[in-house]
Write a protein that binds this ligand. Structure first.
Ligand SMILES: [Zn+2]
Length: 365
């Protein structure tokens, strides 16, 4: 079954993954240790419902990361992307707003990013509203990938840029943008939007050395067979002191504890590795980066929980907590508010991890 959008359908993929298209993952892809426990058995692609097969997801006992074993090989993983959201066009992103209300909001956002992130955007509101909700602040900060502006002509690379939506946003903020994208269909959408995008596998030697002021990996690292190799490639491509911004689902999220196998960001078999706050920091250090001390706060449980509740209602896993979770809109909101409150106290419970890091200024990569 092929669908164009996330589906709550519980219809099982018809076949198993092609013979010879699987590889064994003997040790943790993040830390290299071998001790692990089974976190979820027999999970299936219920998000896009286009990938055949059932998958076992393990938790590394050394670093806490999650990983599939066995998993699709590099040669066959494309089967899992037969239908994917980044195939859609990003037309209209980065264009000036049409309505007066949107123009007013954008002027406020510009003022906020100018003051806090060093941008030089116009038109900017004379002052930022005295009171701003955490949600609005983080929406504005997410808009620039939590990156300080590195000056006119500063170069930004988005690894796994998909249809180029984020690059179009960043170009409108003043960056000189380019991307790399392994999925041909998504890359074609980005090129059609007028972006410089290189199509092909994310491999060593693909990028110029010490060229970019910032590199972003926005919900990409969890899709990679060899996250460390790609991070090292990103490190080399950054100028010394250049910034890396990584966003990825949090394996220790409040939602994962609540929804178990119905936690939608498990997304097998596209998500090969799932990180915890500690293991994400660890993998960045292992690749040569200097990560920031704290995570960027993200309160966004509602969007994730809405999908989880749909999956839970499908109830296709014997261990599903569907009976515990009402499908009502009100209950979803209540659960999400509670999770966001917990996350305010402890950002390590956020649904999404956002961590910034730098290429060390003094040492060679
Ligand atoms: Zn590990």
């Amino acid at each position: 079954m092929v669908s164009d959008s996330p589906s709550s359908s519980d219809a099982p993929p018809a076949k198993s993954w092609p013979a010879g298209g699987l590889e064994v993952v003997a040790t943790c892809p993040v830390c290299g240790e071998g001790e692990r426990e089974l976190a979820h058995a027999g999970v299936r692609d219920r998000v896009f419902a286009c990938a055949p097969g059932e998958w076992n997801l393990y938790r590394c006992l050394a670093c806490g990361s999650g990983f599939l074993d066995p998993r699709p090989t590099v040669a066959t993983i494309g089967l899992a992307y037969a239908s994917y959201f980044t195939h859609a066009s990003a037309e209209g992103v980065g264009q000036p707003p049409r309505s007066a209300w949107r123009r007013y909001r954008v002027a406020q956002r510009n003022a906020y990013l100018n003051l806090n992130y060093g941008y030089r955007l116009t038109p900017a509101a004379a002052r930022i509203p005295r009171w701003l909700s955490t949600e609005r602040r983080q929406r504005w900060e997410k808009h620039c990938g939590y990156l300080r502006f590195a000056g006119p002509g500063a170069r930004l690379l988005d690894i796994g840029c998909g249809n180029g939506r984020f690059l179009l946003q960043m170009r409108a903020l003043g960056w000189d943008v380019s991307g790399v994208e392994p999925d041909a269909k998504s890359a074609a959408a980005a090129v059609a939007a007028g972006l410089k995008v290189r199509v092909g596998p994310l491999q060593t030697g693909l990028l110029p050395d010490a060229h970019f002021d910032a590199v972003t990996l926005n919900h990409v690292i969890e899709h990679l067979h060899d996250p460390i190799a790609v991070l090292r490639m990103a490190l080399r491509s950054l100028k010394p002191g250049g910034a890396l911004s990584v966003a990825t689902p949090n394996f220790e999220a409040a939602g994962h504890r609540l929804f178990g196998p119905d936690w939608f960001p498990l997304d097998p078999p596209r998500h090969l590795v799932l990180f915890t706050p500690a293991s994400l920091r660890r993998v960045l250090v292992r690749a040569g980066f200097e990560p920031e001390g704290t995570l960027r706060l993200r309160l966004d449980a509602r969007g994730i929980f809405t999908h989880c509740v749909r999956l839970a209602a499908g109830g296709s896993h014997p261990s599903s907590k569907a009976s515990l979770v009402s499908t009502s809109w009100l209950r979803t909101r209540w659960l999400a508010r509670k999770a966001d409150r917990q996350t305010r106290e402890n950002p390590g419970l956020a649904e999404e991890l956002v961590l910034l890091a730098r290429r060390p200024a003094a040492t060679a990569a």
